[in-house]
Design a protein around this ligand. Structure first.
Ligand code: GLY
Length: 430
């Protein structure tokens, strides 16, 4: 079978790499892809939201399964478009993707399904939102309702910051008119974050191994929020008991509520969880795999990923039980190397050196994100997050050491990375 992966980040490179290992897969295409997906598969220069061309390509190449990486095409209805043409595609429908694409929908769903989440209010005008913020005795998070390229969630420390966030989203409409029509103002909860990604089809839910992301740009969880500067899996915080609690109190009621509302979820449901002194809370839901969490998770997955994704698409995920997922017992650590300036402005086109040397470090895979393959085989930077150097090790400390050994071999002008990925789990604190 031929497979098409949609996207161009590190998550999509990991998907291409893993799917290419399946005996069921003859060839993996990636649209539009990066230098890494060009090496492990075949790139197709079509934008993720160009459904007309993607459909035309899928039909022409007789693609047996399309796998969607990012949230944008899902929120725009790519799954509905492919299914309307009788094509098999992995991901939720446009209606179900609202769980990530609309923060208002997501929070109301959680309230309705009795899922533990931070207390919140929804506003469709700035003045009442500002008044509400002034009466809060705790720090808040202000969320634009719609997708805002990962920037629409503003974590505030002071009342002034929160009011400024309302103005950014609703008055200046910096994330667009639609995204800023409504805001969620919610209580900021403190604790350690955990990423729980689960395969969902019908009423069947199978959680993948827990992982932890590092959202801040710099060591010690300082600096601005990013898409994620590194991840590791399994995250010891996600004990068996905690994972069962999250399934019982969050994933199951959410999936059942969506089914009852006739917007059943099929695909990956990713819960951003925060573990607080008062118990676990769901910070947000995403309708796709996490990036960079996917890189260490897929590095450890031994089960045929293609079979798993097909089981979801064909509504027979029940054939797999959680125990049938096979994992490499060794932990994996992914360190993201980013362009200088990220998550702010940065320049691209920098030549990347040392990729071949890094690939020689045992049990290491260098997943590409913002990279481009130039004629002649040179790889240059093409985005904020450039590479996700991922390593397995007998212990988490060994996986970390191996990942950093490979990172040290790679260079490009302005490159930076965090030096403390996985330290929280290693008991060093951050
Ligand atoms: N790593 C965070 C995300 O994928 O949303």
């Amino acid at each position: 079978m031929k497979v098409l992966v949609i996207g161009k980040g590190g998550r999509e490179h990991a998907l291409v790499w893993k799917l290419a290992q399946s005996p069921r897969v003859e060839q993996v295409f990636c649209a539009p892809g990066n230098a890494g997906t060009a090496l492990d598969g075949v790139n197709v220069p079509i934008d993720v939201n160009d459904f007309v061309y993607l459909l035309r390509f899928a039909k022409k190449e007789n693609i047996g399964l399309t796998v969607v990486g990012p949230e944008d095409p899902l929120a725009n209805g790519i799954v509905d478009a492919f299914q309307a043409e009788g094509l098999r595609i992995f991901g939720p429908s446009k209606a179900a993707a609202q769980i990530e694409a609309s923060k208002v929908y997501s929070k109301k769903l959680m309230r309705h399904a009795d899922v533990p989440t931070a207390e919140f209010r929804v506003f469709d005008h700035p003045e009442p939102a500002r008044k509400y913020i002034e009466t809060r005795e705790y720090p808040v998070v202000v969320k634009a309702d719609g997708l805002a390229a990962g920037k629409g969630v503003i974590v505030c420390t002071t009342t002034e910051e929160a009011i400024a966030a309302v103005n950014t989203i609703m008055v200046r409409e910096e994330f667009g008119r639609a995204a800023g029509r409504q805001v969620v103002v919610e209580k900021r909860v403190e604790g350690e974050e955990l990423s729980v990604m689960a395969l969902v089809a019908g009423r069947t839910i199978i959680s993948l191994a827990p992982s932890q992301d590092h959202k801040r740009a710099f060591d010690g969880d300082t600096g601005p929020n990013t898409g994620g500067m590194g991840a590791y899996s399994p995250a010891p915080l996600g004990t068996h008991e905690l994972m069962s609690e999250i399934e019982t109190n969050a994933l199951i009621p959410t999936v059942h509520a969506m089914k009852r509302a006739r917007t059943p979820f099929r695909g990956i449901l990713y819960a951003g969880v925060i573990v607080t002194n008062q118990g676990t809370r769901i910070l947000e839901y995403n309708c796709r795999l996490g990036d960079p969490e996917t890189q260490p998770v897929l590095m450890r997955l031994k089960t045929d990923l293609c079979e798993l994704l097909e089981a979801v698409v064909d509504d027979r995920l029940g054939d797999f039980s959680e125990d049938r997922l096979e994992w490499d017992p060794r932990p994996a650590v992914c360190v993201v190397i980013a362009s200088g300036g990220y998550p702010g402005p940065f320049t691209t086109g920098k030549m990347i050196q040392g990729l071949d040397e890094a690939a020689l470090v045992p049990d290491v895979k260098v997943f590409h994100a913002g990279t481009k393959l130039e004629p002649g085989g040179m790889v240059v930077t093409d985005g904020g997050r450039v590479l996700g150097v991922t390593a397995l090790g007998d212990t988490l400390a060994m996986a970390k050491a191996r990942a950093y050994e490979a990172v040290a071999k790679i260079s490009f002008p302005g490159a930076f990375y965090r030096k403390d990925i996985a330290d929280k789990a290693l008991g060093k604190g951050i």
